[in-house]
Write a protein that binds this ligand. Structure first.
Ligand code: CP3
Length: 341
């Protein structure tokens, strides 16, 4: 099948377009009334994510409503810890929980359950069969450091202190956790690709909490390993790396991991990014999601600045982080109209 109609995939492979293709991180989710209705019917996030028909429907909802250039698989980065044997739950208003946390239990005491990922591949097959031919289908996984922060603490935390302490205290044990995540993540992404996704994103939401040496060790090295192994198994499939909070470490991250595109969070000046990142490297981003809640002329001006800063390189328009659940739909519509010109 020709990919020439797929603008997003073309840009991830290095094309520069007059108007960038766009999608929004967390575009399938709670700001959409049709998502909230289906989640209520299914009885929660995990029930939704493990029901391939429902998860495919949720993946397609923002495509139908907004016609984004990319569809992102509806799943979660915590499916990998679940398949590594931790119990996973999403309490209402609490955030996710993994049990037992690895501060209290060893990795080898967990019973692995890779079959827990099978429904995700079913979702991918259904979406691939239903997507418009111009839409690029994105798979994803969490990056090892970010996933490990949830596995060690058993939940999200502000500064990832428990996991950073663990990594300093017992580097060997922490290295084993990272290696286990790397191994399963390669398999998970390869199976997504084999089932029909066309590019993948590695979400490293907590990359910003590490010292430079720890960043090299727990962010750069594991992501480089995933990219190299995935490239061997699935050549030609672009990998987007999104090390949120990496700031001045972004150029090194881009060079050393070998990712095909880099996601910028909203704290990165896109003019700096253009001047600092390897020439021709596709970048994605980076509107502040809170500006999308505010809307109005400030939103338009920020979009213009991003478009101008990145006009001379392959650019995928996106937010700097996930869309907030309180975002008015009218503002998303305004953003799309503004980006598309
Ligand atoms: O549109 C999409 O991007 C859909 C797929 C997706 C989800 N989570 C669905 C989801 C993706 C790509 C993610 C990534 C994810 N999950 C990250 C990395 C990106 C980021 O935002 O930093 C992280 C850290 C998680 C872990 C996670 N999952 C948390 C902390 C939470 C609870 C808080 C929150 O943001 O809702 C989840 C639950 C979750 N994952 C929801 C969705 C739509 C909300 C569940 C609900 O409906 O209540």
């Amino acid at each position: 099948m020709s990919t020439t109609k797929k603008k997003l995939l073309g840009v991830l492979k290095g094309a520069r377009l007059e108007r960038p293709p766009m999608w929004l991180m967390r575009q399938a989710g709670r700001y959409l009334p049709e998502y909230r209705a289906l989640r209520a019917e299914k009885g929660g996030f995990l029930a939704l994510a493990t029901d391939p028909d429902a998860a495919a429907e949720v993946t397609l909802q923002p495509i139908r409503r907004f016609g984004f250039d990319g569809a992102i698989l509806f799943s979660d980065i915590l499916m990998v810890p679940w398949a590594l044997g931790q119990d996973l739950s999403f309490g209402v208003g609490e955030g996710p929980k993994l049990e037992p946390p690895l501060v209290d239990a060893t990795l080898s005491s967990l019973e692995r359950a890779p079959e827990r990922l099978e429904p995700v591949y079913g979702t991918v097959r259904r979406v691939a069969a239903a997507l418009p031919s111009e839409t690029t289908f994105l798979g994803f996984a969490g990056s090892p450091w970010t996933v490990a922060t949830y596995m060690v603490a058993g939940r999200g935390s502000k500064d990832q202190g428990e996991t950073r302490r663990f990594a300093y205290r017992d580097e060997a044990a922490f290295g084993e956790i990272i290696d286990a995540i790397v191994g399963l993540t390669v398999e998970y992404l390869a199976r997504q690709i084999e089932a029909g996704v066309e590019a993948v994103q590695l979400f490293d939401s907590w990359a910003g909490s590490l010292s430079p040496q720890q960043f090299e060790r727990w962010v750069v090295a594991p992501n480089a390993a995933i990219v190299a192994r995935l490239r061997e198994r699935c050549p030609g499939v672009p990998v987007i790396g999104f090390p949120k909070g990496a700031g001045g470490k972004l150029p090194a991250y881009a060079r050393e991991t070998g990712v095909d595109a880099v996601g910028l969070d909203e704290t990165v000046d896109p003019h700096w990014a253009h001047a600092s990142l390897p020439e021709g490297l596709p970048v994605q981003g980076n509107l502040d999601p809170l500006l999308l809640i505010a809307g109005g002329e400030a939103l338009d001006a920020s979009v213009d600045d991003i478009l101008f800063a990145l006009r001379d390189r392959p650019h995928v328009f996106n937010l700097g982080h996930g869309i907030d659940q309180h975002t008015p739909i009218a503002h998303v519509e305004r953003l799309i109209a503004w980006v598309r010109g």
